[in-house]
Design a protein around this ligand. Structure first.
Ligand code: NAP
Length: 333
């Protein structure tokens, strides 16, 4: 049964007959999942199917990073590719089929020090025996005006996802870290040329990735420079690069721009509630467990290495199995 919750006080969670929660409070759940990317939706499919009363609090824009992707070609099961938003709608529908409640709202505060855990949105609060943090990460933006306009139209934040769309084109990569060089090297498989624009004359990336990039005849570096504008008619055709020493600007023809200047995990509401690493990623141990018993994490919010839809979905599945086991152990003890 489909359940949709809009956050209003008198909304009812239909379909709860599917679930076995012993707590009669309407706003109490076995599992609260915060975040609605592939990790959160996958976890909810598993926990709802296991008859745990589950709610996904999706944020104000459900679906996560894939909502800004056009075609996804590397998610298994779709031999001809699938639009990112369509894939996320399918995941949501699959989860609702098993009785997951969906709430389009932002979590503003959590309290993991009390039991049951408490989760607050702008207008309501919820309690839960377990929580999954799957709020993902946000790619750092260049912060220029044309960025939003060309996002998904030649400007991308993920070479693995979008590289194959740029066969025989001139490509620009922005950044000087491991991701930028790894992506630049990967993009040489497709692009005619790859120009790496970096704001300094020194790379942050590891030596081995630097050597590999320097040796690659398709890669050229543009040092001490930043991108100040992206141009094109409907899709990217050029970028304007500014030399940061001379302030001179020049036009570079490019069919694609890959921004690889890092990610920010979406964890500000969890500060002081679970252990985060120095960059703000949730620390996990033994699979998907955080340092708080009963609070789990899955996807880009803890995984800064793989960051793929399919790996996030995999972590979501792992988290759901960890949660099921944890709840069942707690309830039999
Ligand atoms: P990162 O290490 O934070 O590097 C970001 C790069 O973007 C830096 O070169 C930085 O310049 C530049 N940058 C940041 N903000 C910018 C802005 N506003 N405009 C222009 N340039 C900007 O991020 P990452 O490369 O995504 O790597 C993240 C973590 O994952 C790192 O720990 C990395 O080692 C790891 N990682 C490892 C591998 C691997 O081992 N194969 C692959 C990918 C990532 P500055 O250098 O001037 O600060």
């Amino acid at each position: 049964m489909t359940i949709s919750v809009d956050g209003s006080d008198n909304e009812k969670y239909e379909g709860r007959e599917n679930h076995t929660s012993s707590n009669a409070d309407e706003n109490h759940f076995d599992v609260v999942i915060i975040g609605s990317g592939p990790a959160g939706y996958t976890a909810s499919i598993y926990t709802s199917r296991a008859k745990l009363k589950t709610i996904v609090i999706s944020g104000s824009l459900p679906g996560g990073q894939l909502m800004t992707t056009t075609e996804v070609e590397n998610y298994p099961g779709f031999p001809h590719g699938i639009d990112g938003p369509e894939l996320m709608t399918f995941m949501q529908q699959q989860s609702e089929r098993f009785g997951t409640a969906m709430l389009i709202d932002e979590v503003t505060r959590v309290d993991f020090k009390s039991r049951p855990f408490r989760i607050f949105t702008g207008s309501s609060s919820y309690t839960s025996d377990s929580v999954l943090i799957s709020t993902g990460a946000t790619p750092r933006k260049l912060g220029i005006e044309s960025e939003q306009e060309f996002s998904g139209k030649g400007l991308s934040y993920c070479a693995t996802c979008d590289g194959p769309f740029f066969k025989n084109q001139d490509i620009v990569v922005v950044g000087g870290g491991d991701t930028a060089l790894e992506e630049a090297t990967f993009l040489t498989k497709f692009g005619k040329t790859v120009k790496v624009v970096h704001r300094r004359d020194n790379l942050r990336a590891s030596k081995i990735l630097q050597e590999r990039a320097f040796e690659n005849p398709k890669i050229e570096f543009i040092w001490n420079s930043s991108i100040v504008n992206v141009k094109g008619d409907k899709k990217v055709s050029a970028v304007v690069v500014r030399d940061l020493n001379t302030t001179e600007e020049k036009n570079l023809e490019a069919g694609g721009v890959f921004v690889a200047i890092g990610h920010e995990p979406n964890t500000s509401i969890f500060k002081g509630q679970v252990d985060l690493d120095e960059r703000g990623y949730v620390k996990v141990q033994n699979g998907t467990r955080t340092n708080i018993d009963g609070v789990f994490a899955a996807g880009d919010v803890h995984d800064f290495k793989y960051r793929q839809a399919i790996t996030a979905a995999g972590f979501g599945c792992m988290a759901a199995l960890d949660i099921e086991k944890w709840l069942s152990e707690k309830r039999t003890n």
